[in-house]
Ligand binder design. Sequence first.
Ligand SMILES: Cc1cc2nc3c(=O)[nH]c(=O)nc-3n(C[C@H](O)[C@H](O)[C@H](O)COP(=O)(O)O)c2cc1C
Length: 143
Amino acid sequence: MSKIMIVYWSGTGNTKMMAEQIGKGVLSEGGEAEVLEVSGVKAEALKEVPVFALGCPSMGDEVLEEGDMEPFVEELERFVSGKKIGLFGSYGWGNCEWMRDWEERLKKAGAQIVNGEGITVLGEPDAETLENCMILGKSLAMS
Ligand SMILES: Cc1cc2nc3c(=O)[nH]c(=O)nc-3n(C[C@H](O)[C@H](O)[C@H](O)COP(=O)(O)O)c2cc1C
């Protein structure tokens, strides 16, 4: 089984908590996980990887963080066809439009969203969200 990469951006730690929990889910299925900040990863590193996860909170006005994550996703869109991608992120006050847009973008590029949709949470992840992150990690490890 290949290592599952979980690449995220997080300003205040909420999305980071989700990333770490997804990593635990991967480990609990006997997989190997790498939880990485997007600023330290090149999109090309995912070129040959069939299954991975991406996390980013809702920023700007219902968009991805624009310094690191947005350009990263723009590059990914060129080669994600056929890949399985788990999505997750925290938000503060919106209606999760950023996540719906993100899902659509990646589906349009030919990717499959693991478990059908991204995991979203208002603010800090609660117990139910952490459980869902654990389940996503397991799904990624089994994909
Ligand atoms: C500059 C900025 C822009 C934001 N824009 C939105 C937004 O458009 N919609 C929303 O629901 N939350 C928005 N938020 C709230 C964050 O998504 C929320 O605080 C989230 O929990 C941050 O996750 P993090 O701890 O992983 O950084 C914004 C926060 C900041 C700092």
